[in-house]
Ligand binder design. Structure first.
Ligand code: UDP
Length: 353
């Protein structure tokens, strides 16, 4: 079913393959969440094809299936991909993810996250592929007016990143109405952790996320962790976030895909653990798991950071039958730490590509 890890098909178009009913195109499958999704799909017996421009992703993070290097901006390549692939569904993880950068470079975000997704939707319509699982975000809600955040919470995004993702959600409703393209919009809260194997994990360059930065301090790659604000209206003064294990997130995608195929109806759900942890609680977990001190420096608040973001995950549980397997912060940090240690001593599979 799958090619061995490391096999290269850069820029090539797929050979036509048999219709299995489980052929999934994973756009952005070489990135953090996408690469975990590919592993989960392969384990679920799906036939996967990754399409990724490798601008932020890593070829060696794609542990199996086909790989095509390409860009959603290139509609001719997209057409050839769809013509050869005969996909049953698409998952789209591609896009830019830094809120701060989106404020500085809105054009980049509207191009990568909105215009390129439009190219993908139009290619799906041209080639009769009707099911899409889309990576949305809690940032579509903006500053929360109530906690936990359910699906009925008002959407008032406060930055181009959140606005772009919300635009795509609106586009998807229109494409459903006009073309019968059914989608599952999954609004991620704070994706974190790594596959328990330690083979794949979070590798952003530059890294801006709390847990990997704290682990880089533990590894001695950084001298301290900057805490962005200690004067929030929370019990310890630091921001509270809902950290969801990346493997749990991917299991929710599998459920969403199965639900889409079974019901042929679009859906949108929030994906979090439903519990919040403060920056200080995360740092305590990192200290406990790594045994390192993690020196802190209290810094100014980061622009656009709400005090609390916690998901109401009732809909994901009720409609998708999803339950997180790793809701505890210690598991999330421990798996991320295993990955970071493996990266410090490169794994043989990582050499193969
Ligand atoms: N954070 C921090 N120091 C850092 C990185 C993040 O204090 O070096 C805080 C950030 O202000 C937020 C939380 O950690 O409250 C999670 O931030 P992250 O960037 O990981 O995810 P986000 O919530 O922005 O999606």
């Amino acid at each position: 079913m799958s090619s061995p890890p490391g096999r290269k098909e850069r820029g090539s178009i797929l050979a036509a393959k048999e219709q299995t009913g489980k052929a999934v195109l994973v756009v952005g499958g070489a990135g953090y969440i996408g690469s975990h999704m590919v592993k989960a799909l392969l384990e679920g017996g799906y036939d996967t094809t990754v399409f990724d421009n490798l601008a932020a992703g890593h070829r060696d993070a794609v542990l199996g299936g086909r790989f095509v290097q390409g860009d959603l901006a290139d509609t001719a390549t997209l057409d050839a991909l769809f013509a050869a692939g005969r996909f049953d569904a698409v998952m789209n993880f591609a896009g830019s993810i830094q809120v701060g950068e989106s404020v500085q470079k809105p054009g980049l975000y509207y191009r990568n996250n909105v215009a390129n997704t439009l190219n993908l939707l139009e290619a799906m319509v041209r080639h009769g592929v009707r099911h899409l699982v889309f990576s949305s975000t809690a940032a579509i809600f903006g500053e929360p007016v109530r906690i936990p955040i359910d699906e009925e919470h008002p959407t008032h995004p406060v930055n181009p990143y959140g606005r772009g993702k919300l635009m795509v959600e609106h586009m998807l409703a229109d494409f459903d109405h006009a073309h019968g393209l059914k989608s599952a919009c999954l609004r991620y809260f704070n994706a974190a952790g790594a596959d328990p194997s330690g083979l794949i994990g979070e590798r952003h360059e530059p890294e801006t996320h709390l847990i990997p930065i704290a682990l880089e301090v533990a590894l001695g790659k950084r001298g301290h962790l900057s805490v962005y604000g200690e004067d929030y209206d929370t019990p310890d003064g630091t921001c509270i976030r809902d950290y969801i294990h990346v493997s749990d997130l991917c299991q929710a995608h599998l459920r969403a895909l199965e639900t889409l195929r079974r019901t042929d109806r679009s859906l949108a759900v929030n994906l979090g653990n439903g519990q919040g942890f403060s920056v200080r609680e995360v740092v305590d977990a990192v200290r406990a798991v790594t045994g390192h001190a993690i020196p802190l420096k209290i810094d100014a608040r980061r622009a656009g950071d709400p005090a609390r973001l916690i998901a109401d995950s009732t809909a994901a549980r009720d409609h998708l039958g999803w339950r997180p397997q790793y809701p505890g912060l210690q598991d999330i940090v421990r798996h991320a730490w295993t990955f970071h240690l493996n990266r410090a001593v490169p794994h043989p599979l990582a050499q193969a590509a």
